[in-house]
Ligand binder design. Sequence first.
Ligand code: PLP
Length: 448
Amino acid sequence: MTMGSLSGAKKPFKTVIKANIGDAHAMGQTPITFIRQVIACVTYPDLIKNSDFPADVKQRAKDILKACGGGSVGSYSMSQGIELVRRHVAEYIEKRDGHPARWQDICLSTGASTAIKNVLQMLCNKIDGKPSGVMIPIPQYPLYSASLAEYGLEQVRYYLDEERDWGLDVAELTRALKQADKTCKVRALVVINPGNPTGQVLTRANIEAIVKFAHENGLLLLADEVYQKNVYAPGSEFFSFKKVMREMGEPYSSELELASFMSVSKGYVGECGLRGGWMELVNLQPEVQAQLYKCISAMLCPTTLGQTAVDCVAKEPAQGEESYEVWSREKAAVLASLAERATMIAETFNSMQGFKCNVVQGAMYAFPRIELPEKAIAAAKAEGKAPDVFYAFRLLEETGICIVPGSGFGQRPGTYHFRTTILPQPALLRHMLDSFKTFHQNFTKQYS
Ligand SMILES: Cc1ncc(COP(=O)(O)O)c(C=O)c1O
């Protein structure tokens, strides 16, 4: 199909490559069989009796159905989610961190987005006549800026350090906090690890410094850890904020207030449309947690199919179970392919004149910095567009590659970036990078 405008204009490409959104299945990633079989069985329980699905799939579906009201996923669940699934999530966290997790502190959600919004909404009251402020990274994932605007919360922007693999610098956090103190009461700090749009994986030392900062300043820490399974670079490792704060001992272990978020939309699963997620709440005052749960209950419950997917992610097939081999092969293949694409993309960008791309250590994105010629900047201004937006539109019009300009996430003034996902399948990604390269050469030539 030839893509064109509504007037049917011909374009010099056959399809739009949607590298603008972290939606793995939309870019051809295949679902994990185990998850889909369990979902099929809970949705159509006849399959438990009359199919040749593996025994562990059938058992899992039976367990989930037994935990549902009336034995059907068509019923509402508890507002915080099906107890069995919450218990499995707590077990997953215990295994991940090597520290206890209470199932009562796990709240399932309609994707991570809803849980994040619920926690932010808790902060929307004024303190001493001042609005509440929330520290967010720049560049940031736009759910945060949008939700803060919706709830009348102030954005307290701290810049990630591009020169240090998009790490967090405590001096920069302190600067942002001090500056904001004049206009609002800063109450929370958001950290996205592994990072979107920046693809970094924070070091343990960096996480420790952030924990100290949040504790010293009495901030609730929102740890967006939806990409915890997406770590590719040799030497990079995911450490949850919960694990690190527990291992730092007192006073952090029992005093730092933490909400951490996870999703089935990411990882090796990519089930964005099923809308499954969870949050773990740590050290919240019991009355505060009770109020939060009460607010959440107004929305009844997260989708039960999303909860089913959460169950499959939290309690993966165990070695010796019938599904184990296929499941582990599929999981390894997805993660290996993402790792290969992460390397391919950063290497190609770094071979291009005027591009500088940090290693894609994790998540699903590259966020390269580009130098734009003065004449291109002037041409953008003449069209009333930000220079990176101008570049992104030209790229789309000439190649069909759809990326998001850096200004959509925030960037240091005077710098230009864009975000692309690493999600096009390898052959398409190779094609995309080749035509990107040609486009950039022509663009640079035209404006130099
Ligand atoms: C950093 C980050 N947090 C949260 C989300 C929301 O995920 P979900 O689909 O679970 O709502 C995304 C989605 O891309 C994300 O990148």
